[in-house]
Ligand binder design. Structure first.
Ligand SMILES: [Zn+2]
Length: 231
């Protein structure tokens, strides 16, 4: 809190509480609290690296829910992986539960979670059938597309950075055709938004149309809502 009528979020964006929507403010507070909780595990775990850029927790929750609905056991395993509770050979050895890091499925003698998920030939078929999200993680691991981000390729956690965020969508660009004549007194205005139910992805635009021309542009700023765009 930086004043009786203003609020500053974790990224330093200041909101005027007399004009900002209470729903938006509560979403921001909840989002910041969740991000802080994720980031607090960063200092102790290597597989949490990448959380410094934020976490898209909604995608993970939806993916676990979907996995659980199709097969409860598979859902349980997916949740365990996301929480970092799956112990591969290297971790078992560190904990004194195994004498070597020998892979159970191939002759690799330094098996860890990265080996099991991405390198072990035993799981080649499962890897090929894993779907587009797994391909994204594989691509991120190979190409450094999202930086050093083991939380994505070892735990399936999607980074917030490069995934979503209204700030990245609101470009300050207007497109206009023709000009308004004082004699043409009828102007229609409207606004609409993509992904209206998901505040993470919501992006809105406005437009004005008159006989012979129009003016349109994206809604600037953090709070993307159709109501604001209509103003
Ligand atoms: Zn192996």
């Amino acid at each position: 809190m930086v004043g009786p009528h203003t609020l500053r979020d974790a990224r330093g964006v200041v909101y005027d509480l007399t004009t900002a929507s209470p729903r938006w403010i509560s979403q921001r507070i909840r989002f910041d609290a969740q991000q802080l909780a994720w980031q607090s595990t960063m200092s102790t775990r290597q597989d949490a690296r990448g959380m410094e850029h934020g976490v898209d927790h909604t995608s993970i929750r939806n993916a676990i829910k979907k996995a659980r609905a199709s097969d409860p056991e598979w859902g349980h395993l997916a949740e365990k992986m996301v929480k970092g509770g799956f112990w591969a050979e290297d971790r078992l050895r560190r904990a004194g539960k195994a004498e070597s890091q020998q892979c159970c499925y191939c002759d690799c003698d330094h098996a860890d979670l990265e080996h099991l998920l991405w390198e072990c030939p035993r799981w080649e078929e499962a890897r090929a059938a894993a779907g587009p999200e797994a391909l994204l993680a594989q691509d991120a691991r190979r190409t450094d597309r999202v930086g050093f981000c083991p939380m994505m390729w070892l735990r399936g956690i999607v980074p917030w950075k490069d995934a979503y965020g209204p700030l990245a969508l609101a470009e300050e660009a207007e497109v206009s055709v023709g000009s308004l004549s004082p004699r043409q007194d009828v102007v229609w205005t409207d606004a609409s938004g993509m992904h209206p139910k998901d505040h993470r992805k919501r992006a809105c635009a406005w437009s004005m149309v008159w006989r012979g021309g129009h003016l349109r542009g994206p809604l600037p700023g953090e709070q993307q809502s159709v109501f604001r765009a209509e103003l």
